[in-house]
Each structure stands twice: as C-alpha cells, then as structure tokens.
Design a protein around this ligand. Structure first.
Ligand code: AMO
Length: 433
C-alpha cells in the first residue's frame, strides 16, 4: 500500500504521481483552497486541494476529516515556494483508512503544552510529536552503535535470567514475585551471571538489559525499571582495562548521538564529543574538591546527589570537563564482589556525566576463598550463592566489568528528566501504560 515517505518526495519528482500514507496533522480552510498537512514517520507534506480542480468528493472528505485520522493520498507533486519544503501534492485520490476520535487527548502540533502525566498516560499520541520521537530514534541509534562497537571488540551478547533466587547488589531493593511454590525476585542486574561466564571460556560478554530496582526514590534520575548495557571481560590487569573499554564505548555513543543531525535539529540541541582519555579523579580528591566548596562528606559515605551535582558543576565550569571517572571508592560502600585495593579502598569506579552517575564498575574478586570471606563480611549467607561460588573453584580468570545506564546516558545527553527518555517509564506511582 505504501509507496513514498514524505522525505522521499523531492523536487526531482515534480509532476510525478506519488502515494503517501500518514496522519492528518493539521487542516486549513480558505474557502476555495483547502490545505491538509500529512505527517508520517519522516516528516510533513502539504496536500493542497482547489475548488474546480480537485474532485468534490476529496474536498468534502478534507472538510469532514478529524485531526489524527489515518489517510492515504494519491496525487501529483507540484513545486510551490510557499509550501513547507517547497512542494505540495495536488490530490487525485484520498482514502480515509481510519478516522480518529475527537477531541484529542493531547495536542500533537505542540501549540498547547501538556503536563508530564497527561503525556505519559497518552504516550502513543505523545510519541507522534516529532520532538518526542526524535529522542527515541537517537536512543535506538546509540544502542545499535554500542552493540556494533562491542561486537567489534570481541564481545558476545548474552541474555541472563530476569527471574532470580537471590540478590546480587544487596537485598533491600528487590521486587519479590511468586514463582510457583518458591520465593523469587526480579533481577536487579546480570552481575552474578556475567561473572559466571568469565569462568566459561566466553570471556567477553555484554547484555542490553533491564534492571528491576525496588528503590523508593522519586527523582529526576531514578526509575524502577532501568535499561542498561552490562559488560564483563576477563584476563584484565586491573580496573583500568575496564575503564578504557567503557570510555571508548561511551565516546562512540556520544559521537553517534552527535551525528543524528535531523533529530538534533528537531530537538534544537547540540552535542559535544569529549576527548579521550577521560579525566580520572579519586574518591578522596573529589571529597577534597567538595570540602573546598563547603560540602563536607564524611569519609566512606557515598557522594550524595547534591555532592554529585556540585562536583559536576565545578568540573564543568572550572575545567570544561563533562564526562569523568571517580575511582578508588571506599571498600565498605561497595558490593561483596568488588576487588579490594588494600584495606580501605576498592578497585571500583563510577563514570559521571555532567554531575550524574551514568555507570559503575570495577575489578572483581576471582579467588573463591576471598569471595566467601567477603560474602560473610556483608552478612550474607554463602549457601545462597552456591551456584555462583562453584564457578570460582574450577579456574576463574581475573575479570571485571561495568553497568552503564542507557536512560541516564540519554537524559544527560539531551539534558532531560529521565521519564522523557523512556517510552513507558516505571516509577513508584506508574504501572501503566
Ligand atoms: P549500579 O547499581 O551502580 O551497578 O547500576 C549501574 C548503572 O545503572 C544505572 N541505574 C539506574 N538508573 C536509573 N534509575 C535507577 N534506579 C538506577 N539504578 C542503576 C546507573 C548506574 O550507574 N552490577 C553493577 C555494575 C557492575 O559493577 O558491573 C550495578 O548494577 O546509570
């Protein structure tokens, strides 16, 4: 049925007959002259009908058509300086494929703003706005590029179970589910599974994955269902190998985003590509920088949201740095699998983008006995991790990895709240659509 997208109708097609399918975006009636703007996935095209030239049935249809109805138009391409893109279609046939109800739940032409809840409640229609769909085209482009990039680096894509029996990142943030007669949870992360694969010979794996987090946050940067790129690689010297893989991947993603010219034009936004290598600041250096600004964080505690924001602002304003690592976190703030660096520190890092953590990772413990000790020190039961611990008794190479939040990357790339960049976000209050 479809023959052309609006973007394919160019000046070279002058006087040719084309067929277009799409939605009625706008209508204008000047008596003898009727305009209809048809919108499809690629953009807009003007349909111009004239009394005495266009068939009466088409003129009547244009009169009675409701906005957002789905139509098919057949007609001749005519150049017209006054029309958008300098051309229009003179219709010889108009088929109403499916009429829309009215009034509409949202204004797709973006002349009237709607609040976020109304937009999310009617996301199918919100996504018809070119400014909104551009976000998701860009998102798809960076995810595709990540896959390509990682495959080029020798990684294979894995798929870990999302129904699990025990926690990997600590027990409090799990969603319990009923699994026949057993207790089970939605997976917080593929952490234990990707590590197990390091002992399988598949020593470079990644997953484009979902994290389920039962965190009670209600912020601009937290969701309860998160998209991420999760990766693990073996035979590393230290966490530095992981940071190098992550910084190259993230810069590839940003480069790809910056090359989405049409989307960025629609969003009226520009993206700067950072230079490699990214700057590394230790946790202790960050605490000192913050203390100088009057923000005291007791050693060992996480840098809170306010601290993260302040640090991001400082580095951006004083050093022009948007993307940076924070390294050498205190061991006590990190999960049991994290490789210690001496007594107090760990071989872990966060990657921050304009004051928001977008990724965290590090080197892991690969010695079985050491791992059991750390599980116990976290007041967890080694018996609950038997299936995982077993892999460490039969030849586990040194390894590490990271989890990179795609939603967080997108929000920082476009400077938007997290719910804007997720099609159907899940937060404490939202379970539909
Ligand atoms: P972590 O828990 O830090 O690490 O998660 C990794 C990244 O996922 C994103 N993220 C979130 N984004 C939005 N809302 C949330 N509630 C949320 N939680 C996490 C962030 C974060 O940096 N297993 C480790 C990774 C590893 O060491 O390989 C982990 O899950 O961008």
């Amino acid at each position: 049925m479809r023959s052309h997208y609006s973007s394919q109708v160019t000046h070279e097609l002058e006087d040719e007959i084309v067929i277009l399918c799409g939605w009625v975006h706008e209508k204008r009636d000047l008596g003898n002259l009727k305009f209809l703007v048809l919108r499809d996935r690629e953009g807009f095209i003007q349909i111009t009908a004239k009394k005495g030239v266009t068939g009466d049935d088409i003129l009547e249809d244009i009169n009675s058509l409701s906005k957002e109805s789905v139509i098919q138009v057949k007609g001749k391409v005519k150049l017209n300086n006054k029309a958008p893109n300098g051309l229009e279609i003179n219709p010889s046939n108009l088929k109403v494929i499916n009429e829309s109800n009215s009034p509409l739940p949202l204004d797709v032409t973006q002349k009237v703003d709607s609040d976020m809840d109304t937009r999310l409640n009617n996301r199918f229609m919100d996504l018809r706005k070119p400014g909104v769909s551009s976000i998701f085209r860009l998102r798809s482009a960076i995810i595709n590029r990540s896959r390509e990039y990682l495959k080029g680096e020798g990684f294979i894509e894995m798929c870990s179970p999302k129904i699990i029996a025990s926690a990997s990142e600590g027990g409090t943030d799990l969603f319990p589910i009923s699994y026949f007669d057993k207790e089970a949870f939605l997976a917080q992360s593929p952490q234990l599974y990707k590590q197990m694969l390091m002992g399988s010979g598949l020593d470079r794996v990644f997953e484009t994955t979902t994290y389920f987090r039962a965190e009670e946050h209600d912020t601009r940067r937290h969701l309860n269902e998160v998209s991420a790129i999760d990766l693990e690689m073996a035979f590393i010297e230290s966490e530095e190998d992981i940071m190098q893989m992550l910084e190259r991947l993230v810069v590839e993603m940003i480069k790809t985003a910056s090359s989405c010219k049409k989307e960025l034009e629609t969003l009226e936004w520009e993206i700067k590509v950072p230079q490699l290598p990214l700057k590394r600041f230790t946790y202790d250096e960050c605490l000192n920088l913050l203390a100088k600004e009057g923000k005291e964080i007791p050693w060992g505690e996480d840098i809170d949201t306010e601290g993260e924001k302040l640090l991001g602002k400082l580095l951006q304003e004083k050093q022009g740095i948007e993307l940076y690592f924070i390294t050498k976190y205190p061991l006590k703030s990190k999960p049991f699998y994290t490789m210690p660096d001496g007594e107090k520190y760990s071989r872990s890092f966060d990657l921050c983008f304009k004051g928001v953590e977008v990724s965290s990772g590090g080197q892991r413990i690969h010695s079985h006995n050491h791992l059991v000790k750390r599980i116990e020190q976290h007041n967890l039961e080694p018996e609950n991790f038997e299936y995982y611990l077993k892999c460490f008794q039969y030849g586990m190479p040194p390894h590490g990895g990271f989890g990179l939040g795609v939603d967080r990357m997108m929000m920082q790339l476009l400077d938007l709240p997290i719910k804007e960049v997720v099609m159907f976000p899940r937060d404490r209050h939202r379970l539909t659509p």
